[in-house]
Design a protein around this ligand. Sequence first.
Ligand code: 2P0
Length: 330
Amino acid sequence: MKFCKQVVDTYLKSCHWGENESGSAYAPANIALCKYWGKRDHELNLPMTDSLSISLGSYGSHCTISLSNQDAYVLNGNTMEKDSPFAQRLRDFLDLFRGAAGYHYRVEATNTVATSAGFASSASGFAALVLALQQLHGWDLNPRVLSIFARMGSGSASRSLWNGFVHWHAGTLPDGSDSFAEPIPSDWKTLRVGLLTIDAGRKVLPSREAMNRTVISSALYASWPQQVQHDLITLQQAIAVKDFDILGACAEQNAMAMHATMLAARPPVLYWQSATVAALHSVWRARSDGLRLYCTMDAGPNVKLLFTADCQDAVCEQFPEMQVANPWVQ
Ligand code: 2P0
């Protein structure tokens, strides 16, 4: 994290470091409609390509951070083991923000999404943490810098600072100063995301490892940047004119293409379970029966549904266990 520290220091050197009692923030999880899959820099989490997401409203992370004698991390009411991989990752991240005083922190986070099951809890968690840090110390950093900070915790966290549609620019600079996310203005308030939990347990392979393995060993990865280039334009146009069928079809195809790159990795990465395949067939059957319903999937077995508010009752009938996110309402 040496280079991350240098980058963070350049942004923080002009900030006044206050000592409020605590900082608290909420950030929504997000689901990519055009996926981030592959890094060009592993330390700074710089992506190979742009990506575009939709936020999950009330599904996300609450985070409170306060100054303490020693670091302590509490997730969903449970104190994390100091040596657990996630505590280590959090400690490394907080090392970037200890300032000249060498602060220690108590972090309490609560997720309203399943943890580590492809529902983007690390995205909302790191975004909420960065917002809470800014509040604790009273920094006045703009959202672009906060997005850059969140990205260093988890790439997809760069997109979790806003409601609605968000575009993460890959950037080209080695220090990542042009790799940040920003919201795409839209008042498409009828769009909904359905969350189908197939398995809320820990995933078989962390997405970070799956992504790296795909880049290194999948022959299909060579075509991924062209796929993204095409899908980004299609999605931006669909958002501009609120064309749901074009948006849904593009997002679904993008997800399938990402999973195809994983299947071609060595050894292959397959997150799908039999219930995942059954859910995909249900979506496709419902669509061929006339329901305007599309789906996407991330690095896990769960399925996310895309539909508009007028179809919610019909979708709920097909998938009674689904949770519904309104991307514009926290
Ligand atoms: C995404 N995913 O765009 C893609 C699609 C999963 C599949 O971003 O290594 O936890 O922390 O930068 O952000 C999940 O990967 O990875 C992810 P790191 P992250 O949402």
